[in-house]
Design a protein. Structure first.
Lengths: 194, 626
């Protein structure tokens, strides 16, 4: 966001065409200067008001963020207790031109998640973001995760790869990361990390 | 939208600023990465909330050093501050970044934190604090500042009156790709402020001659030329002003002002026929624009100066009609705003899909004429208020969703409670029985283990007799007792045989002692494997049992508290939204009233000038007919 700092120096602003008009069109001068004067005083008034209000808005944001954090923990405790919790994340690696279109996850052979990417999401992944693709509950046992990635290569050629990963769920929450390497060949693009 | 506001913003700010750096380094921690993922999409609330939760949990760990986040906790704290800044929470962001600055962090992090904090201060128009923050790290980072940071530093110097330092910094940015426009223009301003007028104007002239495909740079180029043109007109050098004004693009954000000023430059020199060239183009443009409205008076004025009173009268009549129509729009807009329709239109989600959504608001039924609000929209105060209003609206929706979530949670808990209360009672009874059995067996195993340990140091073969041997020995004892008093030959034979059998058993037990001891150890080892399995099953059951309890017990108080907090936040939010909305409406109304006042003045002037032109045209006609 650009920083629009206020400048109170003595430089003439762009609205000084009115000054020029004084020489040329006297009758317009009174109207123009009158309007400028109004503008100057009008700008002062809300600034004081908005400053106090802005602080209150920041305060309520703080309050609501605290509620959100508490709610997030409650939700996790209620819906995804640690002994059964499985979280699957997806990140991009490499500097190739592979573009993700969608990802599909199957957990123990059953459909678990399907996501189609927007441009903003791809940008976020490319800038180092990590997407939470799935949060689920699984028993403490061995499980298998099948990941299917659809996309396009740099030459706009359709790309598809499916990879399966077996993992053991213990009583601790399980975090799995799917790394899609954009520079790797098509059969090695998907890696898993625990 | 950002582009639109940036370009409009350029029109009203003497200084120009580059956009903030947005790129973030690749995150290694998954939760941190998840927060970046949200932040990169502009979902700052979710990003902060996620990181807050992780940090809250991290700081409550018994041994945080074992957690993955330990290695990135400074980065996480720093990022929270960064996201808070983007979410316009300057107070908290400032505190977070300050904490990083004062914490035990490496020099690179401290330097980055200082630049961020300086940016926060500049956003709050506190250049003095920004300067103090940067000066604090200056000695350590001299010469290492990036181009973005240098531009910020130059602006800090400009705002704190350190013009010589600003000149040095902006000179250092010369020729840097992407910064040429900003640095050259601001260097010119710094030189002017420092009293070096000719050098300053020369730099601004250079900014006015920049070659680029970049829209922002082209806008700076136009701004520089407009600045020079306007300055020359006001200092009485209108003839020289033309060359600068003519460089301004006819389609850029400054084109209307350029056309207006170009006309005035010609008019000032008495070249009214030439003034009509730009003004004739100008008056065909959007009649809500200030410059166009002024042009609508300028063009007939030029005709009247050329003694073409009939044409002047015609154009004054057109101007009058246009002003009347615009006043009508303004009245309708004011009415719409006072009826709350402006705020309604602002928060409509579908309207923001387009980059120029503010302009498109005017297309909504009964909505305000938003062209009149473009200048206001570009102002910092309005933008802050508008963003606050959007944030409050987003929070309002979240609170509503959360209330529903809490209802769902309460229902889940209630259903779970009903199920488990019924299901767990027999399970608990059965478990209690099995548990006591298990404890008994474990005690037995322990006794056996202790005995075997003792046998290693004090052999006791009798402890390793088999059950059959024990039965046999008991039988032999009974037989021995039975034949003990039998003095017959058969009795003597029986006793001899019993004795031999006892001897044979004794021999077997004692000679196979070591083998028996080994077997015993093997068996207890096998038993231990079963015990391990049993303990695992026991622990798993206990955990599952605890999880069952935890899934529905102990939430009442938390849910109640959360409900209260959400309700309180909702009440505060309603008040704040109403106040913030009123401020926005008041600002919009004030802007529209100013424009209305100006248009009314123009209207009065146009009426008088129209009458005057008619008179003169009639006199001219009379004179010609005579």
């Amino acid at each position: 966001m650009p920083i629009f700092a206020l400048w109170n120096g003595s430089l003439e602003s762009d609205s000084n065409e009115f000054g020029t008009m004084k020489l040329l069109l006297e009758i317009l001068l009174s109207a123009a200067l009158g309007a400028l004067h109004c503008a100057a005083t009008a700008q002062q008034l809300p600034k004081e008001q908005t400053k106090g209000l802005d602080e209150q808005v920041q305060d309520i944001k703080s309050d609501v963020l605290a509620i959100s954090s508490e709610l997030q923990q409650l939700e996790e405790k209620l819906l995804y207790p640690s002994n059964t919790q499985l979280s699957v994340f997806l990140s991009l690696a490499g500097s190739g031109k592979l573009r993700l279109d969608s990802v599909r996850l199957k957990l123990d052979g059953k459909d678990a998640a399907h996501h189609i990417y927007t441009f903003k999401e791809l940008e976020a992944l490319q800038s180092g973001g990590v997407q939470r693709v799935l949060t689920s509950n699984v028993r403490t046992a061995e499980h298998s995760l099948e990941v299917a990635v659809l996309g396009k290569t740099g030459n706009d050629v359709p790309f598809q790869q499916v990879a399966t990963y077996k993992f053991k769920k213990s009583v601790q929450p399980k975090l799995l990361e799917i790394v899609v390497d954009r520079s790797a060949s098509s059969d090695k693009a998907i890696r898993f990390k625990e | 939208m950002r582009r639109l506001v940036f370009l409009v913003g350029l029109c009203f700010n003497p200084l120009v600023f580059a956009a903030e750096p947005q790129e973030r380094s690749r995150a290694k921690d998954l939760y941190l990465g998840e927060a970046y993922y949200q932040a990169a999409q502009g979902n700052y609330f979710d990003a902060i909330s996620r990181l807050d939760t992780e940090l809250w949990q991290f700081y409550r760990l018994d041994d945080p050093k074992l957690d993955q986040l330990h290695y990135r906790v400074n980065q996480a704290n720093f990022s929270v501050g960064d996201f808070e800044l983007s979410y316009r929470m300057h107070q908290r962001a400032g505190r977070a970044v300050k904490a990083v600055l004062e914490g035990n962090v490496d020099e690179a992090t401290r330097t980055e934190a200082a630049w961020r904090l300086a940016r926060i201060y500049m956003q709050k128009s506190d250049a003095t604090s920004a300067l103090a923050t940067i000066e604090n790290i200056m000695g350590r980072t001299s010469g290492n500042a990036g181009d973005e940071d240098s531009l910020l530093l130059g602006n800090i110097y400009l705002h704190t009156g350190k013009f010589t330092d600003a000149i040095t910094v902006f000179n250092g940015l010369k020729g840097k790709k992407g910064f040429d426009g900003y640095s050259t223009y601001n260097l010119g301003i710094a030189l002017l402020q420092n009293g070096q007028e000719s050098n300053g104007l020369a730099e601004i002239e250079k900014a006015g001659l920049l070659n680029s495909d970049d829209e922002a740079t082209l806008a700076i180029k136009d701004k520089a030329n407009l600045f020079l043109g306007s300055r020359l007109i006001s200092s009485g050098n209108a003839a020289q002003a033309k060359q600068y004004l003519d460089r301004i693009r006819l389609s850029g954000p400054f084109s209307n002002k350029a056309l207006l000023s170009s006309g005035w430059a010609d008019a000032a020199e008495g070249h009214f026929e030439r003034a009509l060239v730009p003004w004739s183009t100008l008056i065909k443009r959007n009649s809500t624009d200030k410059a166009v409205q002024e042009g609508q008076l300028g063009a007939p004025y030029a005709f009247s100066k050329l003694q073409l009173h009939g044409r002047a009268a015609q154009l004054y009549a057109v101007a009058l009609q246009s002003f009347g129509s615009e006043l009508g729009k303004l009245e309708a807009s004011l009415k719409s705003i006072r009826e709350g329709k402006f705020l309604e239109a602002l928060v409509r989600t579908e309207s923001k899909l387009d980059r120029e959504w503010v302009v498109r608001l005017r297309e909504l039924p009964d909505s305000a004429e938003t062209y009149y609000l473009l200048e206001l929209l570009a102002s910092n105060d309005f933008q802050e208020s508008l963003q606050n209003y959007f944030d409050l609206e987003e929070i309002r929706k979240r609170l509503a969703t959360w209330t529903e979530s809490l209802d769902s949670f309460a229902e889940i808990i209630e259903i779970r409670g009903r199920y488990y209360d019924e299901a767990l009672a027999p399970v608990d009874t059965r478990f209690a029985a099995l548990d006591s059995q298990m404890r008994l067996r474990m005690q037995q195993r322990q006794t056996l283990h202790e005995r075997l340990q003792k046998l290693l140091v004090a052999p006791r073969p009798d402890f390793l007799q088999t059950a059959a041997e024990r039965v046999l020995l008991e039988q032999l004892a009974r037989l021995s007792e039975q034949y003990g008093s039998d003095r017959s030959a058969a009795g003597a034979d029986a006793r001899r045989r019993i004795q031999r059998l006892r001897g044979a058993l004794h021999w077997n037990i004692h000679t196979s002692y070591d083998e028996r001891l080994t077997f015993a150890y093997k068996h207890i080892h096998d038993l231990d494997a079963d015990v391990v399995r049993l303990n695992a099953i026991h622990r798993s059951f206990v955990r599952t049992r605890q999880a069952a309890t935890q899934s529905y017990k102990g939430y009442e108080s938390q849910l109640r508290t959360l409900r209260l907090k959400i309700r309180d936040a909702g009440e505060k939010l309603s008040t704040l939204m109403a106040r913030q909305g009123s401020v926005l409406e008041a600002m919009a109304i004030r802007e529209l009233e100013q424009r209305r006042a100006r248009l009314e003045e123009y209207q009065i002037h146009a009426r008088f000038a129209l009458a005057d032109s008619y008179d003169r045209a009639n006199k001219q006609q009379d004179g010609a007919s005579k």
